[in-house]
Design a protein around this ligand. Structure first.
Ligand code: NG6
Ligand code: CA
Length: 494
């Protein structure tokens, strides 16, 4: 009896520890729009697994990426610093790592709190120091900025090299067939989508993507060699899931984990596994969303099987807003009028209008969160300060990350007072209900057809009443507009 009591008491501190140090899993989709999940009411697509997180947790209706494209957005999430402070841009596949090895990151914060950390899937923050030699261990990468384990696709699925890099090494590389990559010029004798269009057996390009053809799909950039290491687009969802599963399976029992899982869907090229072909009537873009939803279900089942679900905070979000035709002829443009990927908001990927950064955002923690729908204004870069607060970890100066743990856990509907959002280098200021867009010159739409959020005069939009941002109400709210303008300039350091 005494012995039992003793072992019970001995177990208590670790139980308490488990409550205070839950696992944290961030699942971040690529280009998934506010209207691409049924959780916010879309009738044209059904995403039951993602909806389970939304319905059983905190369904954030005013959650934002810091930016309307991937690299800057992910930079904000991982570093807690506004990406435009560093002038980050969409990176090519051979670009150097843009996060400094001595820089603070969310992964490093979790490491310091005793977590084992991992990154699986889309990366897009650069790798190496420039002029990467893909045939030798590549440094720096995720493992140098706080991840104990990583298996990444270096940039985007439409950019070379089409290989996974696991802990700095290209997976499956045969040294007798070395990889060469260039974004400047083609390698002599290597066919491209332009010289040999017949190689495009799976999809053809509409803009840009007409360099090396790999797996029947034309890409951005030139790549030679590395045949045994090339990924198979059809199997990518499963490949990444396998890495997520083995990361979870290898977790020591008494240590919590932090895992950043970057889904590749529904970014172009949209190549679903045969299991999902035809799972919607929307063509590849719809089918890969169902594939992504399935992946979410698989991970949740895995956590359930391992008895870890009650001890894991699961966050689901997207790196930026949605787009139809993003460079391939994949029947996406045909969805105009059929499926509202923006969920009633204006703009989309690349846009300073609302649908550029307002993204699906859900926080699920079985048994710990009372389900709630919350319009608290929160941003992905706030996850860093919020979890640092939860884990009582100190933060360095100069972050743009705010602690909104209570909003993320559904205990409060109060979030940010304001924030800067960015799209292709242009900035706007948001409060909970309003957006202030400075006047910008430039094309109103880009090749994708998405509106860029270019306005002729300084514009204030009320997002509560006017989701489509058609009424400039600056005349009615001069004082508010001035305050927002000042806040934006202060952030910019003007
Ligand atoms: C653009 C690509 C687009 C996509 C995007 C990055 C063209 C014409 N367009 O330059 O297809 O790859 O970069 O998307 O090449 S993101 O979600 O990773 O930011
Ligand atoms: Ca993206």
């Amino acid at each position: 009896m005494k012995r039992h009591l003793f072992s019970l008491l001995a177990a208590l501190p670790s139980l308490a520890g488990a409550q205070e140090r839950p696992n944290v899993l961030i699942i971040i989709a690529d280009d998934l729009g506010y209207g691409d999940v049924s959780a916010y009411g879309s009738q044209t697509i059904q995403t039951p697994n993602i909806d389970r997180l939304a319905r059983g947790g905190v369904c954030l209706t005013n959650g934002h990426a810091s930016s309307a494209t991937s690299t800057p957005s992910r930079y904000g999430l991982l570093t807690g610093v506004y990406p435009w402070r560093r002038k980050t841009n969409i990176l090519q596949g051979d670009a150097p790592l843009i996060i400094g090895e001595d820089q603070f990151t969310i992964a490093r914060m979790f490491q310091r709190a005793g977590y084992r950390t991992g990154a699986v899937g889309k990366w897009h923050l650069g790798i190496g120091q420039g002029h990467v030699d893909w045939n030798h261990p590549i440094k720096p990468g995720p493992n140098e900025i706080g991840f104990d384990y990583s298996c990444i696709l270096p940039a985007t699925v439409d950019r070379v090299p089409c290989v996974y890099v696991e802990n700095g090494n290209v997976v499956g590389l045969d040294p007798s067939d070395p990889i060469e990559v260039s974004y400047e010029k083609n390698f002599e004798g290597l066919p491209t989508a332009l010289s040999n269009p017949e190689l495009m057996t799976k999809v053809t390009w509409s803009h840009g993507h007409n360099n090396t053809v790999i797996n029947g799909i034309p890409r951005i950039g030139f790549m030679r060699g590395g045949r045994s290491a090339l990924w198979n687009d059809e199997n990518m969802a499963q490949d990444l899931l396998d890495r997520v599963f083995s990361f979870i399976d290898n977790q020591p029992a008494n240590q919590p984990f932090f895992l950043y899982y970057g889904l590749h869907e529904p970014h172009v090229p949209r190549i679903p596994n045969s299991k999902f072909v035809g799972s919607t009537t929307m063509g590849p873009r719809g089918d890969v969303i169902i594939e992504a939803d399935w992946c979410v279900g698989q991970v949740i089942s895995k956590l359930e099987e391992k008895g870890l679900l009650e001890n894991t905070i699961v966050i689901f979000t997207s790196d930026n807003g949605p787009v139809l035709d993003d460079g391939y002829n994949d029947q996406a443009r045909e969805l105009i009028g059929q499926h509202d990927m923006n969920g009633g908001y204006r703009g989309g990927k690349y846009s300073l209008f609302e649908a550029g950064t307002r993204v699906p955002f859900f926080v699920y923690w079985k048994g710990h969160i009372r389900p709630v729908v919350s319009d608290a204004l929160v941003a992905q870069q706030d996850l860093l300060a919020s979890f640092a607060h939860m884990l009582r970890q100190p933060l360095p100066q100069g972050l743009d990350s705010e602690n909104h743990l209570n909003a993320f856990l559904g205990k409060s509907k109060r979030g940010r007072k304001g924030m800067v959002v960015e799209a292709v280098g242009r900035l706007a200021y948001r409060t909970r209900d309003y957006a202030l867009l400075p006047a910008y010159k430039g094309a109103k739409r880009n090749t994708t057809g998405n509106e860029m959020g270019i306005v002729d005069t300084l514009s204030l939009f009320n997002l509560r009443d006017d989701h489509m941002q058609t009424q400039n109400v600056i005349g009615k709210h001069k004082r508010l507009a001035r305050k927002m303008q000042e806040a934006l300039e202060k952030e910019k350091g003007i």
